[in-house]
Design a binder for this molecule. Structure first.
Ligand code: BGC
Length: 760
């Protein structure tokens, strides 16, 4: 019987491989045929991606003469226009009015929801819930395709250890293992099983590579990194997305080892294609080809040729390819074979999406009303938000809030719509967002009286506000003086049993081009928090942010802190669900929260020094600071629940692992508190002796489990030699025999430990 099943499985695999080969052959034939009819100008035209504006133009240039270019066959794809009607019109121009009728790609940045905005990606990653993440991506694909968009500039998988960098909001935090799992979930969510389906979209993994490590945390800045760090920490999520079948990849703005990514042949050809076997197409970032002029790589013709020769297939907005490649070909600076390769890859993407069968397959006028902002989608956005929140402190069980009595709801973000969606939500409508005040008022079973006061501005500085308000009013400076607002807040607070202050960052204080050198809560809000504390009332902080914030003072002052990122369109409802206990928080940080900016970079999987200081007390001639401990404010993986979890009985099924074997690690987790709840059980490994310095610990597994109060659950992990492998000095991926230590617990400083030996 077993033999028969194995035989059947084998046959099925063989059939699917044959089917794929047949499909590939069909595609090759079709594309070769088409390319046989194309002029060199038409081939170069396919490499041109334009935007007529309408989205977020993130550079100073937007495309012009769009219609003429489409009809002339000079456009391979467009982004930043939406809706079946408009897109049908544009597609019609390409299909009916250009010589060969090649359909265009329609792309967009659908970063955390299309119109039903869910939490920023960093928040979503804190759910550690891969099924949820995949479902949100699928929902985004369904909404975006309903509006005609079938190529997405997501997921962003840039690992970052620097919360000054505003774009940490768009990623999955600091860890390569978790980041890889999330990359896979998102690619599956967007692309599904069938790219020709009208509800799936092609994903783009970005920004290749190392964009999350700019010097000083300043966006678009230089990057300088060892290959060891690249291969072990910054590249794995890209590899994971590629292995998951991602259709396209976007280059980054920064240089990699001295050569800008968009023109870096080692990156785009040696590594991406030759080593990793990537078969999709590579698109530049917004004008990143042209920006190589400022990098000092030559004029537009030179940088365009450099990019093509490096392996870039499509040029976003800058039109360097369109305007110079033919000349470079005539002058022998590029080869026709390389233009052909790039053109082929773009056409293959169109083929895979089914556009040559039906270029209008995504344009159905009925779909927007049915698929966008449906009740089902909003409910998923609410679920995603509740699961993204991280409870950082909860003294004396201030939370969950009582549904009786009087609650003072105070703060510049407490009754606000404009800052709920978060950065990079160009298709979301802030006016649809549920403010926290509204969500709390509507909470089922609420009898508590809720008194509201704004209390402070997000910032009092009009110049700063102007920088933040580029996409609409985010920081609204009140007509009243700060003193008047504070007085009102205090009078409200003194009437209440508990104070809930909603503070933090406006949406555009994080995100692209929003780096900060000071990542504390802005001073007017700090003053408010201090004054509220002085009333002696229990103080709950609900903190919004697109990045880890340095909140040492707030940690001291508050009785409870719930970190809610930017939660999306269901913000108020989700926050009310958690504050009143309808949902028990289960989020855990995916990025370390520093005590202060001077500790950055601070991340959990650091290598040891030769002079470590394991404690937090200063020791002369040890690696530490005079003025701040080495430990962060909140470590990676940290997050509380309304209940408590206790870990016991860590056992390994063997003390030795054969070179081709595996080992299992189990632990018992008891819910020892008063609420049912979920816990992210995390497994970390340390390689005790190796040929290169290895981190003190690295995440190698996690399971999110639900445990009823009073119950105990056994959680088991399997470790294989591949999980112990790393890129060594020669960049070979190897597991080195020897001693390993494992740690299991609820965060990266978990203490329960065991050992085993990997045999040669
Ligand atoms: C960003 C990309 C984005 C592109 C298109 C750029 O500025 O870096 O992440 O996909 O704009 O909107």
């Amino acid at each position: 019987m077993k033999k028969m099943i194995v035989g059947l499985l084998f046959m099925a695999a063989l059939l699917s491989a044959c089917e794929k080969q047949g499909r590939d052959e069909g595609m090759n034939r079709f594309v070769s045929d088409l390319m046989g009819k194309m002029t060199i100008e038409e081939k170069i035209g396919q490499l041109n991606l334009i935007t007529p504006g309408g989205g977020i133009p993130t550079g100073s240039v937007v495309s012009t003469d769009v219609e003429e270019k489409i009809k002339a066959g000079n456009v391979g794809g467009i982004f930043g226009i939406y809706g079946p009607e408009k897109l049908r019109q544009a597609q019609k121009m390409a299909v009916e009015e250009s010589r060969l009728g090649i359909p265009m790609l329609f792309g967009a940045d659908v970063i955390h929801g299309y119109k039903t905005t869910y939490p920023i990606p960093l928040g979503l990653s804190a759910s550690w819930d891969m099924d949820l993440i995949e479902r949100t991506a699928r929902m985004a694909a369904k909404e975006a395709t309903a509006d005609g968009i079938f190529w997405n500039f997501s997921p962003m998988v840039d690992i970052s250890r620097d919360p000054r960098w505003g774009r940490v909001a768009e990623g999955a935090g600091e860890d390569a293992w978790l980041g890889s799992e999330i990359a896979k979930a998102m690619v599956h969510g967007y692309q599904g099983e069938d790219l020709t389906s009208p509800v799936t979209m092609m994903a783009t993994v970005k920004h290749f590579a190392l964009y999350g490590a700019p010097e000083g945390g300043r966006d678009y800045n230089r990057v300088d990194m060892s290959r060891y760090n690249m291969f072990n920490y910054y590249l794995p999520p890209f590899k994971a997305a590629i292995d998951a079948g991602v259709g396209s990849i976007m280059t980054s703005f920064n240089d990699v080892d001295g050569i800008p990514a968009s023109g870096n042949r080692w990156l785009l050809t040696d590594l991406l294609r030759n080593k990793w076997g990537f078969r999709g197409f590579v698109v530049s970032d917004y004008t990143s080809v042209n920006e190589m002029i400022d990098h000092g790589m030559g004029d537009l013709q030179a940088v365009s040729a450099l990019s093509l020769n490096a392996g870039l297939d499509m040029d976003m907005v800058g039109e360097g390819f369109l305007t110079t490649l033919k000349k470079s070909l005539e002058e022998g600076k590029v080869r026709e074979a390389d233009i052909d390769k790039a053109c082929r890859r773009v056409l293959e993407a169109k083929y895979k999406l089914g556009l040559f069968d039906d270029p209008y397959r995504y344009f159905n006028d009925e779909r927007p009303a049915i698929d966008i902002l449906s009740a089902e989608n909003r409910s998923l956005a609410r679920e995603a938000a509740t699961k993204s929140f991280v409870l950082l402190k909860n003294e004396k069980q201030v939370l969950p809030l009582q549904k009786q009595g009087t609650i003072a709801l105070i703060g510049p973000l407490a009754n606000d719509r404009n800052n709920m969606l978060g950065t990079w939500a160009p298709t979301g409508d802030p006016q649809l967002a549920v403010p926290i005040f509204e969500g709390m008022m509507n909470a089922p079973g609420r009898q508590a009286k809720i008194l509201y006061a704004k209390g402070a501005n997000i910032s009092d500085d009009p110049e700063y506000a102007a920088k933040i308000n580029v996409f609409g009013p985010r920081i609204m400076i009140d007509e009243r003086s700060p003193e008047m607002m504070l007085r009102e807040a205090l009078s409200v607070a003194t009437q209440a049993d508990v104070v809930v202050a909603v503070v933090g960052e406006a949406t555009e204080m994080s995100g692209e081009s929003s780096s900060r050198s000071d990542i504390t809560i802005p001073e007017p809000q700090k003053k408010l928090i201090r004054a509220l504390k002085a009333t002696g009332k229990p103080l709950v902080l609900v903190v919004m942010g697109g990045r880890p914030l340095a909140m040492e003072e707030e940690h001291e002052l508050a009785d409870a802190i719930l970190f809610v990122w930017h939660p999306g369109v269901e913000a108020g409802n989700a926050i009310a669900d958690v504050l009143f206990g309808a949902y028990n928080p289960s989020g855990e940080l995916t990025m370390t929260f520093p005590r202060n900016v001077g500790q950055i970079p601070v991340y959990y999987n650091h290598r040891n020094t030769g002079r470590p200081n394991p404690g937090d007390t200063f020791q002369k001639f040890r690696s530490n600071y005079l003025d701040v401990p080495n430990s962060p404010l909140y470590p990676f993986g940290y997050g509380l629940s309304y209940t408590t979890f206790e870990y016991a009985n860590l056992t390994l099924n063997s003390s030795q692992m054969a070179a081709s074997g595996e080992i299992s690690v189990s632990v018992e987790v008891t819910n020892s508190g008063q609420f049912d709840g979920e816990e992210v059980v995390q497994l970390y490994v340390r390689d005790m002796v190796a040929s290169v310095t290895r981190p003190l610990r690295e995440l190698k597994g996690f399971q999110k489990v639900f445990i009823e109060k009073g119950a105990t659950r056994k959680v088991t992990f399997t470790i294989k030699p591949g999980d112990l492998a790393f890129y060594n000095y020669d960049l070979e991926f190897v597991a080195e025999p020897g001693e390993f230590q494992v740690f299991v617990g609820g965060h990266s400083t978990a203490e329960l430990t065991g050992e085993f030996e990997l045999l040669p």
